[in-house]
Design a protein around this ligand. Structure first.
Ligand code: V47
Length: 364
């Protein structure tokens, strides 16, 4: 254990939480709420940074990756999503052909992140074939593909169990699942924003099955819209319980809602809100290795600051990103390795290049 810093607190509630961290106690709902409500950001940053350093020292991870979204046509109608196109007569609808899909796989990347819409016409085999052809083109790449929402959908259209879908995908070349589609584990929010999408029971069933089959996964929270602080903390606690049972989550990614044209709220979450959410998750998750600072949605400045508020992963170079950019994200579409190195070093950390399985490829 690294030495505990002396922290000058202005918020007595936060000081109480620090006492619990110092005694090695597990944080609870009241602690999570105290963190989300604090204005004592300097102290909060030191707390979360201490916990991150105890796990990873000065190391912050990133990957050379590309996102692939083979289609945006989707049978769902989530109120926060600018990416999805309706199945019929939507001018922004697109479907990639094999050449376009395979053009995403090049020698300069080590991770491909695949996620897309639930297409009303694509067959089960096409989704498996996407993974297989990518694996054939690049035997060495790591493939992080399909959210729990998609796996559940494939099970329905392919008339298979979730386990069988996962087994088919692994056989085709899949390495890990991304964490999307969790949104907020709250029936109130689901009813209001994404009532046609699977809820927490099915989302957890997919990740539970994946972990039991040895497939690592990520997990996410979509925040900064109509959810309450209580719902945010409860979401994190539910993920922590799952991790106690199966241990397969590699990283937690708080996704900042991009207002875009869906306008669920007037303005995006503030940087203060982002940093509190990152720090809360780092402090409450005593069992998930990484909290990711997703620069695409946070913006570069806040993403860099988050590296001193408990985040130890910057995702990657990304290349072309559609989900946040259809929702008018202000960030660049992609960054070079050198750019990510500069961001990590500017935060006083040591850059470590990884693949989708968090195997270390280079320390800079
Ligand atoms: O599930 C949709 C979200 C997710 C918006 O696992 C939006 O490493 C913000 O899960 N504003 C997909 N978010 C992206 C995702 C992800 C991203 C990066 C890394 C990983 C990982 C996973 O994007 C969806 C949904 O929650 N989303 N619309 C929006 N307007």
């Amino acid at each position: 254990m690294i030495e505990r810093p002396e922290i000058a607190f202005r918020d007595p509630e936060l000081e109480r939480v620090w006492g619990r961290v110092a005694r090695g106690e597990r944080l609870d709902r009241a602690d999570g709420l105290a963190i989300l409500g604090t204005w004592d950001l300097a102290a909060l940053g030191r707390m979360a940074d201490h916990v991150a350093r105890a796990r990873h020292g000065e190391r912050v991870y990133f990957t050379l990756n590309r996102q692939l979204n083979p289609t945006n046509i989707c049978v769902l109608d989530c109120a926060f999503c600018d990416f999805a196109a309706r199945p019929r007569n939507d001018p922004k609808a697109y479907e990639m052909d094999w050449d376009e899909i395979l053009a995403h796989v090049t020698d300069d990347i080590t991770e491909i992140h695949i996620v897309g819409g639930l297409h009303h016409k694509w067959r089960y085999d096409r989704y498996v074939e996407i993974v297989r052809r990518i694996r054939e083109k690049s035997p060495g790449i790591t493939i992080k593909a399909w959210t729990a929402v998609e796996i559940d959908f494939f099970a329905k259209i392919g008339k298979r169990s979730v386990e069988q879908v996962l087994a088919d995908m692994v056989e085709a070349g899949l390495d890990a699942l991304p964490g999307g589609g969790a949104e907020v584990f709250s029936e109130r929010v689901r009813e209001a924003l994404f009532k046609h999408k699977i809820g927490e029971r099915e989302w957890f069933a997919v990740h539970d099955a994946a972990h039991r089959m040895g497939i690592p996964t990520n997990c996410t929270l979509l925040y900064g819209h109509i959810e309450t602080y209580e719902e945010r903390v409860d979401h994190v606690l539910k993920l922590r319980d799952q991790q106690d049972r199966t241990g397969g989550f590699q990283a937690f990614i708080p996704l900042e809602y991009q207002v875009g044209t869906t306008n669920l709220v007037e303005r995006q979450a503030s940087a203060v809100e982002d940093l509190r959410t990152i720090a809360m998750s780092r402090l409450v998750f005593d069992n998930i290795p990484h909290v990711k600072s997703y620069w695409v949605m946070l913006g570069e400045q806040t993403a860099e600051l988050a590296l001193n508020f408990g985040a130890t992963d910057l995702d990657g170079t990304i290349g072309i990103e559609k989900i946040a950019h259809y929702a008018l994200a202000a960030s660049e579409a992609g960054h070079t390795r050198e750019h990510l190195l500069r961001m990590i070093r500017a935060a006083g950390k040591v850059p470590v290049e990884r693949d989708a399985l968090y195997r270390e490829l280079a320390v800079y």
